[in-house]
Write a protein that binds this ligand. Structure first.
Ligand code: APR
Length: 259
């Protein structure tokens, strides 16, 4: 594994990326950090400072105090709505136009990849701006949520049902369709990026290793080392936006030269 301080892909990997049939990009909270969305390991702020995310993002916490959990998510939704995709998100949109096929699998619930224009995105942990009924699990529209004065809003479907964010809480199963799409993408890819994740949380953390087993070289983009670093062909120690902007300009230059 080569660790580089400059943000360039080495020539061998740049060549592999250019020729890649299918590229998998796994992203974590670090991908959204530069858009102002705190990572999970960043300390909580304000009234939530005394809680660990793991204390609020569980079915048990919601059952015990739905109002408190709903208010926490409303605060996070405000941060997400005020955030914008950064140049790294846009670089991935450009990369999808240069390589043959690119599939983003994200652990993030902020929808920033889609807001930047990425189309092939699997959300493993759901999306914080969507809501569903905590009993019937049926989706609840944002109009119903906005018109409600209750915290949390009542479900329009079943008596006793409450609105909850459409995210995966600790201890809950991941959405089947997203997991299947992610596994399929990891099996078919021949190049894999892991960006802004500690690679600790399963099953997401296994995806790059699965891609590796299928012969795809792995590039990690993260200012810090992770358990995945030893498996990577190259670790680029920088922030997602500065590294991806560098890599996409390399890729476009290489594509022009190849013509
Ligand atoms: N660019 C790239 N990487 C960054 C940046 C940045 N600007 N800033 C921080 N990082 C890296 C950190 O070094 C760390 O390795 O992003 C990672 C963020 O780690 P976590 O907060 O643990 O996020 P993640 O790995 O996505 O957590 C996985 O855990 O808590 C659950 O469901 C939650 O989706 C989350 C999952």
């Amino acid at each position: 594994m080569s660790e580089t301080a400059n943000f360039k892909l080495n020539d061998a990997l740049l060549g592999r990326l250019l020729r890649a049939r299918s590229v998998l990009v796994l992203t974590g909270a670090g991908m959204s950090a530069e858009s102002g969305i705190p990572t999970f390991r960043d300390a909580q702020t304000g009234i939530w400072a005394k809680f660990r995310p793991q204390e609020l993002a569980t079915p048990e916490a919601f059952a015990a105090d739905p109002d408190r959990v709903w208010r926490w998510y409303e605060a996070r939704r405000k941060t997400v709505r005020e955030a914008n995709p950064h140049p790294g998100h846009h670089a991935l949109v450009e990369m999808a136009a240069v390589v043959n096929e690119l599939h983003i699998v994200t652990q993030n619930v902020d929808g920033l990849h889609q807001r930047a224009g990425s189309t092939h995105v699997s959300e493993l942990h759901g999306n914080i701006l969507r809501s569903k009924c905590h009993l019937s699990l049926r989706p609840i529209g944002s109009e119903w949520i906005e018109e409600s004065s209750q915290s949390p809003p009542r479900s329009p479907y079943v008596k006793g049902g409450l609105a909850r964010p459409d995210v995966v809480w600790f201890g809950e199963a991941l959405p089947t369709a997203a997991v299947e799409a992610a596994i399929e993408a990891a099996a078919r890819c021949d190049f894999c990026f892991s960006i802004g994740t500690t690679s600790l949380v399963q099953p997401a953390a296994s995806l790059p290793l699965f891609a590796l087993e299928h012969g795809a070289p792995l590039v990690e983009i993260n200012p810090a080392q992770t358990p995945l670093s030893v498996h990577a062909a190259q670790c680029i120690r920088g922030k997602a936006s500065e590294v991806l902007v560098t890599v996409i300009s390399q890729l476009k230059a290489a594509k022009r030269e190849n013509k």
